[in-house]
Design a binder for this molecule. Structure first.
Ligand SMILES: Cc1cc2nc3c(=O)[nH]c(=O)nc-3n(C[C@H](O)[C@H](O)[C@H](O)COP(=O)(O)OP(=O)(O)OC[C@H]3O[C@@H](n4cnc5c(N)ncnc54)[C@H](O)[C@@H]3O)c2cc1C
Length: 387
């Protein structure tokens, strides 16, 4: 865990939050639970935190935050990690569409959507990827045609996490096919209860059904639910992805802290120097990455996130996978058991390992992050297609 030198007010905030957490401990993450149970537990936990304004403290006060800095928010997240809080349910709302609305949304949209995001009254999902458009997102084919008072949407999204639990979706759609690909996109907010939306869960390698296929047939999106102007979709989508890679990745550090803590408990009494050295090196790597991610949060205090978020996302996801693999190695043959009485903690580490596999794909694959780092952080020349 990182210790930050803090000003007096932030130090007070931290100590107030730690004492609040003592009286209001987070739900346990020690036991493996089904996704639907996690959704209930995590929703109740987010509501409790929000009722006392302990989340998104960097959001403006009028929208439920405290108008504090990213550093204050990061300090509270450190406290959550230390208390072994589960991941908050409305991650896409808190770390993607929320910041995007604060930056690009109309006053009405901010008033309408931000508080219910904080209070987990409305869970959000992200409708970007399509069967033929993942890394090459600008080639997406879901269309929105202008109709009276709004837009008529037809198409298909895929890998839409938590769509079956969400009340709203932020969708990237094509509103103009006559201009270059990325100029014809728009960003719309759609209620998941709309006629014509069909979410079909997909089973992942972990056995969970976290993501879905999302079919959209004549779905109506009202004009007031378009963010920015028609054609602004690409710019706002990139902004969403930057927030995802910086702020969401920082929040995901809760998951690596949780995994490392499990290993630490397992290692009590172990004196094999190779095992301890490996644990030390993973813990040190994790701490260094968390510091790097934190420095990016501080850097983006007064501006929108930039491409450095790709470093955070790449390094966090690959390190998280290494931590999860090490946890299984430590179990020897028992590491092969997915669950049941003979397994360690009903296969908690196995489930986490399988879950971790998707993290180098979600939010942009490692290959895509490496290209962004090469071109936009290091300034290396762009590779020509086919070279
Ligand atoms: C757990 C999980 C949750 C997800 N949740 C969501 C969600 O909620 N909402 C949403 O919209 N999407 C979501 N996604 C989708 C995710 O964003 C895409 O899977 C990802 O962007 C990759 O796109 P793709 O699957 O189409 O793969 P492709 O783009 O087809 O890539 C296939 C392979 O080719 C490589 N590749 C492709 N283009 C290049 C290139 N230019 N240079 C080098 N290599 C390249 C990729 O790295 C990859 O290895 C989720 C994915 C996962 C795994």
């Amino acid at each position: 865990m990182i210790s930050l030198p803090l000003d007096e007010a932030t130090e007070r905030l931290r100590s107030d939050f730690l004492s609040w957490l003592k009286d209001n401990p987070p739900p346990s993450t020690e036991k493996r639970i089904e996704l639907s149970e996690f959704v209930d537990v995590s929703t109740a936990w987010q509501r409790k935190l929000a009722s006392e304004h302990w989340i998104a403290v960097h959001w403006p006060e009028e929208y439920g935050g405290r108008g504090l800095s990213f550093v204050a928010e990061a300090v509270l997240q450190e406290c959550l990690a230390r208390a072994r809080s589960p991941q908050l349910i409305n991650l896409f709302g808190l770390t993607m569409v929320g910041p995007v609305l604060i930056e690009h949304g109309s006053d009405e949209q901010k008033k309408r959507f931000l508080k219910p995001i904080l209070e987990a009254e409305e869970i959000w999902c992200q409708g970007f990827s399509e069967p033929g458009a993942g890394s090459d997102l600008a080639s997406l084919k879901t269309v929105a045609d202008k109709v009276d008072g709004g837009w008529n949407i037809n198409g298909q999204k895929i890998w839409t996490s938590f769509a079956q639990y969400a009340q709203w979706c932020f969708l990237l759609v094509r509103t103009d096919s006559s201009v270059p690909q990325h100029k014809g996109l728009s960003y719309v907010l759609v209620p998941m209860s709309s006629d014509g939306i069909d979410a079909r869960p997909l089973t992942q390698i972990s056995g969970d059904q976290e993501f879905n296929e999302l079919f959209l047939e004549d779905v109506f999106a009202a004009d007031e639910h378009l963010v920015g102007s028609p054609g602004d979709g690409w710019k706002i989508a990139i902004s969403t992805l930057m927030y995802e890679r910086v702020i969401l990745t920082f929040a995901r550090h809760l998951q690596s802290e949780e995994a490392l803590e499990e290993i630490r408990q397992q290692l009590k009494g172990v004196d094999n120097p190779h095992v301890l050295a490996k644990f030390g090196s993973l813990a040190a790597r994790n701490m260094a990455l968390r510091s790097l991610a934190l420095s990016h949060l501080v850097q983006y205090q007064d501006s929108s996130p930039g491409p450095e978020g790709s470093l955070d996302k790449l390094a966090w996801s690959e390190t998280f996978q290494d931590i999860c693999s090490f946890a299984l190695e430590l179990q020897g043959f028992q590491g092969l058991l997915l669950g049941g009485e003979a397994s360690h903690k009903d296969g908690l580490a196995q489930h986490r390992y399988l879950y971790s596999r998707g993290r180098t794909i979600a939010a942009g694959t490692s290959e895509i992050q490496r290209s962004i780092i090469a071109e936009r952080v290091l300034g290396l020349p762009r590779l020509k297609r086919g070279a």
